[in-house]
Every structure is written in C-alpha cells, then in structure tokens.
Ligand binder design. Structure first.
Ligand code: DLL
Length: 433
C-alpha cells in the first residue's frame, strides 16, 4: 500500500517544482542560520539568491562528515537548543561521534518517511511490529518506532539483542513484522533452527524491514527462505535523518528515495562531477525540509546509481540501486576493488557453507593479502578431509572467476564467526592497526 500517494506518486514536473521551491528556502535558511554554511558559500562566491532551481544545485559546495566533526557538538544546528527536542549521534570509527539534532517538525518528517517505509514493506494498521534495532543514540530503534506508530501498527520496542526474549515475543506476541539488521535476521533464523522452531508453522512473521548495513540479493534470498517472510531493504543515515531516506517496494527492484525531503545526486568521488542517470558513483543528499541540522550536498560515501523510470508499484520517486557498500569499505587488494557484499554474493550460493564470513586483510612483504574466513555447515564439518578440501578449492575458484581476486580460504568450524546484534563486522583490516 502507498502511504502518501500525493507525495509518492507525483509527476516529475511537480516534484521538480516542489524540490526547487524547497531548495531555495533551504539555502537561504542555512546561509542565515549556520555559520559554516555562510562561510563555505562566501568562499565559493555563491549567494542564496543565485540558487533559483534544482538545476543550480551543483553551484553549491559539498558538505562532508568532517564539517560536522569540526562543528561538534552543536555548531551545525540551525536553531537554538530550545527548539531541539531530540539528539542522536552516530559513532564514528575514530574519535568523537557525529551529532544530529531534531526539531518537532523534523520528528514529524521522520515519522512520515518511516510510515511510508513500513507501508511499502507490507506493514498495516493491524500489524504487530517488533522493533529489534537498537534504541539509543543510534537512529534505528526510535526511527522505526515512531514510523510504525504513525502508521497505526502495534509496536513492540524490544531493541536489539536478547535473542531468547526476541524469540519468546515472536511466539507469544504474534509479531508479523520485525525490523532489525539483515545480519541479525540471519542469526535469529539460526537460533530458531537450533530451538526446533519452524517460522512458517510456529510464528506469524511475514515482513522483515532490514537495513543499516550492506547486504546482497543472495543474502536476502536466504533470509526470505529461512524465515518464510518478505525482506525489504531500507536505507538511511543519521546525518540525513536516520532510517527513512529510501525503501524498496514490493517489487524489490531498487529503493525509492523520499526525494520530496532528500534530494539525491550521484557524483564522481574523485572529481566531484555530477554523474548521469544509471552511472555508479557516490550518493550525495541535500535535506530539503530539515530544520535542526540542514545539510547541503552531503557526501554519504555510499556507492550506488539512480534511475528515474516508472516503477510498477505506482510510485514515481526516483530509485537507487541497492548499496553495495561505502567507498571507505571498498577493499583494494593488489589493485582489485572489492566490496565485502560481492564476496557475500559468491558465498551465499553455496550449500556446504553458512552465510557467515569475515575478510581478513593484511600486508606481508609489501603485498596485500586477503584471507576469507567461512563457516562450514555442520554436515561439511563432519565430512572427510578430502571433501572439505574440495569445497575450499571451489570457493577459491569461484572468488577468482567471479571477482578476479586471489584469496586464501580458511574454513572454520560452525558458529565460530562472531554473530552481530546490530551492524555486522565483515572486515578485519590489519593494515590499519
Ligand atoms: O544505519 C540508519 C538506519 C537504521 C538505516 C536502520 C536503516 C535501518 P548510521 O548508523 O548513520 O545510520 O549509518 C549509515 O549505514 O551511510 C550506509 O553506509 C549504511 N547503510 C544504512 N542502510 C543501508 C542499507 C543508519 N540498506 C550508514 N544498505 C550508511 C547498505 C546501508 N548500507
């Protein structure tokens, strides 16, 4: 079901007019209220009145994560603290977190885009939604919470982890939807299997609302098969609003961007040049309606492409391809570029192994090395050494032929790779230690 037809099914012309009008206001608002925007725009020699429509967007300078760090904690806010009603933060890998503040209107927008998201995933007023994203500074839990409530579903705010309790509630409370990371959904499926619970027979679960980390189409197929559900990919980042930036519809053919609020562009990350429809590059967003912390041309580091053709679901919102990873997560191994999700899609097609893996990257004698740790299935683990060696060689060959990458494959015992309660850790890069 389409939650907000007026916004999600607008004609391209109406959408562009709306975006242009909002962009004009946003630029003037940011220039007037955020010191670093005024500085950046003055330096770039562009004034708010130069921006007349979205075709002028590329005249504006980019914003990057460091701009937010430099203005830690509150200097990027455009309103006084009395108008901020919520603060979230994303934990950076190094140093201080990135802080984001929401006004009352921002929280309304967030609930609206998340209600659209849940609706696109199949959730209805009579659904029972188990929110197993973490609550707290992370935006997953509370973002999902208010969206599902706005839609009118019954929300179970269990937060992340606590797997035995998750399963008890799935059984006793009859949740038909679960919102969590895809890696946690796989872990849940594993524990359900160990407990002899058949999701199709013993649970009412029908919908999964999964995001916050990259996951391959193959991993989706596995989750859908193991849990007997429809798994929807949802995308977002704290700086832009949290979850609710983009979602798949029932056709699972790209993620519709809530472009009446978040204006996307794809750029060449090296040159900053704006790329055309269909070309892969770095995703950039301008928040058209945000009050607390407006962002102009914010570089996400996520790699994808855009397409404007009409979707069979009726939505006209532009679609982005499934995000394979952040440019920071792309490994360059002896000159070959690879995202962990590409390795995942090779592994997920093999029955002899479990869908849990870790890429260990190192540098020995000035050469990059890649070791892929893969878990054996119970059957393979108890099989002959010869068979195990055959599987190891098969994985090595598949990785070589599909990704052009030579890797050492380390087959490890079942259940030895750490399971994640939130975002999975797929890479250990010892070169950075
Ligand atoms: O992960 C917000 C979120 C919560 C999205 C729950 C979806 C569901 P951050 O912690 O700021 O916010 O991390 C944002 O996570 O730039 C992407 O690299 C990655 N990411 C988020 N969703 C997806 C997805 C939340 N569906 C960063 N596919 C983003 C791939 C994703 N990567």
């Amino acid at each position: 079901m389409i939650w907000n037809e007026a916004c999600e099914c607008m004609s391209r012309q109406d959408m562009e007019d709306l975006q242009s009008e909002r962009l004009r206001k946003l630029v003037a608002y940011s220039y007037d209220n955020v010191t670093y925007y005024r500085k950046k725009m003055d330096e770039a020699g562009v004034k708010p009145e130069d921006i007349k429509s979205i075709s002028d967007l590329s005249r504006l300078p980019f914003t990057v994560k460091d701009d937010l760090r430099d203005n830690y904690p509150y200097d990027a806010f455009a309103v006084p603290m009395r108008d901020i009603v919520r603060i979230h933060a994303s934990s950076g890998t190094t140093g201080k977190p990135t802080v984001v503040g929401y006004t009352k209107a921002d929280l309304e927008t967030w609930a609206e885009v998340m209600a659209r998201t849940f609706s696109a995933a199949g959730v209805r007023e009579d659904s029972i939604v188990q929110v197993a994203y973490g609550y707290g500074l992370f935006t997953g839990g509370l973002g999902a919470h208010y969206g599902a409530e706005k839609l009118g579903a019954s929300v179970i705010p269990i937060s992340g982890g606590n797997t035995q309790k998750q399963i008890m509630l799935l059984q006793d409370f009859g949740s038909d939807a679960i919102a969590c990371t895809p890696s946690y959904a796989l872990y849940l499926a594993e524990v359900l299997g160990e407990m002899g619970i058949d999701p199709r027979k013993d649970l009412k679960l029908k919908y999964g609302i999964f995001g916050a980390e990259p996951w391959s189409h193959e991993m989706r197929a596995q989750i859908e098969e193991k849990l007997g559900i429809r798994a929807t990919d949802i995308y977002g980042l704290s700086e832009i609003i949290g979850p609710g930036v983009a979602t798949e519809c029932e056709l699972q053919d790209g993620l519709h961007i809530m472009e009446d609020h978040f204006l996307p562009e794809i750029i060449n990350p090296e040159t900053g040049e704006v790329l055309k429809e269909g070309q892969k590059g770095e995703l950039v967003f301008t928040t058209l309606t945000k009050e607390g912390i407006p962002l102009i041309r914010y570089r996400t580091r996520d790699v994808t492409s855009l397409r404007y053709d009409k979707c069979g679901c009726g939505r006209t919102l532009v679609r982005m391809e499934k995000v394979m990873g952040r440019s920071d997560d792309m490994l360059i191994i002896r000159g070959v570029n690879v995202f962990p999700t590409q390795v995942e899609s090779v592994l997920a097609n093999m029955a002899e192994i479990e869908p849990h893996y870790l890429l260990v990257v190192d540098r020995k004698n000035n050469m990059d090395t890649l070791e892929i740790w893969v878990e054996m299935s119970e059957e393979l683990f108890s099989d002959e050494v010869k068979k195990i060696e055959e599987v190891r060689q098969k994985i090595k060959d598949n990785i070589q032929s599909l990704l052009g990458l030579t890797a050492d494959i380390k087959l490890v015992e079942p259940k030895t790779i750490e399971r994640s309660m939130g975002k999975a850790k797929r890479v250990e890069d010892k070169r950075k230690l």
